[in-house]
Design a protein around this ligand. Structure first.
Ligand code: FE2
Length: 274
């Protein structure tokens, strides 16, 4: 199965990159499954139903979230009629929506998409190790899902690596989101799970994690908030990770980072070229 995960889409610049670049990637690479983190898609904070629909129309099979899941409060309501929208599984009992979704892929298979949020340097919710373990045990790779992708939304690289090794051999891909900077450690772990600490954001990299530089710089230098954070508006780099899995085992055969457009040095998965 050919899987593309697209990192945190930030604001209009990020959405434009998705609508301009993603349909071509789906076609040229014959992608079977596309997952995208959309928690910063609406002006940098949260997601609206219209934006969710834009992503689905562009070919996204599942949209994951994180700590900004509810910044647009309509998400608390429309998530219940948005079957491809997945919020962190370790949010408290009673939180609207779902922490995982089993989606049909373009090659007629089924993929489980799990979203969870970290506890280190973040508002701590339920133990993500326990919650992810429950998800993996209730819908195991091979017997219940042909592929499993875990988006672990988290600040600390150590906690992300912990989840990666914890899921090794039981998931097709564990990918980190939230830091908005792509890491260079994409690899297949010893048990066969593809792993990357952070997919990077899909946004304007002439920014401070996707936001126009002025206000964050003012806050760093004076400690005084004097305005709102606004998403940077320059051309975005679409960042993510491409994985090909074995149809029999569901584990990873190949992994490559994806960077296209905007300011970052481009890189595309060579194994799908031509
Ligand atoms: Fe986040």
């Amino acid at each position: 199965m050919r899987i593309l995960f697209v990192g945190d889409v930030v604001g209009r610049a990020g959405r434009t990159a998705v609508s301009e670049l993603l349909p071509g990637m789906i076609r040229d690479w014959a992608l079977d499954l596309v997952i995208l983190n959309g928690e910063n898609a609406a002006g940098g904070f949260g997601i609206t139903e219209a934006i969710y629909q834009e992503f689905v129309d562009a070919g996204v099979d599942a949209v994951t979230l994180g700590n900004h899941a509810w910044d647009q409060r309509e998400a608390l309501v429309f998530i219940d009629r948005a079957p491809r929208l997945v919020r962190p599984a370790n949010y408290p009992k009673g939180t609207p929506g779902r922490g995982s979704a089993l989606v049909d892929t373009r090659n007629g298979k089924r993929a489980l998409v799990i979203n969870a949020i970290g506890r280190v340097f973040m508002t701590p919710f339920d133990d993500p190790f326990v919650v992810i373990n429950d998800q993996l045990e209730s819908c195991p790779l091979r017997s219940a899902a042909d592929a499993i992708v875990v988006d672990f939304h988290c600040e600390a690289s150590s906690e992300k690596q912990g989840i990666g090794h914890f899921c090794d051999g039981r998931a097709s891909l564990v990918v980190g989101t939230h830091t908005h900077v792509p890491s260079a450690d994409h690899q297949i772990l010893p048990g066969g799970t593809a792993y990357m600490t952070d997919a990077g954001m899909t946004g304007d990299y002439d920014s401070i994690i996707g936001m126009q530089k002025e206000e964050p710089l003012r806050r760093f230098t004076t400690g005084i908030p004097s305005g709102r954070f606004e998403p940077a508006l320059g051309a975005a780099t679409l960042c993510g990770v491409a994985v090909e899995t074995d149809d029999v085992t569901g584990l990873a055969l190949r992994i490559a980072p994806v960077r296209s457009g905007g300011r970052l040095e481009p890189t595309l998965p060579r194994f799908w070229a031509g």
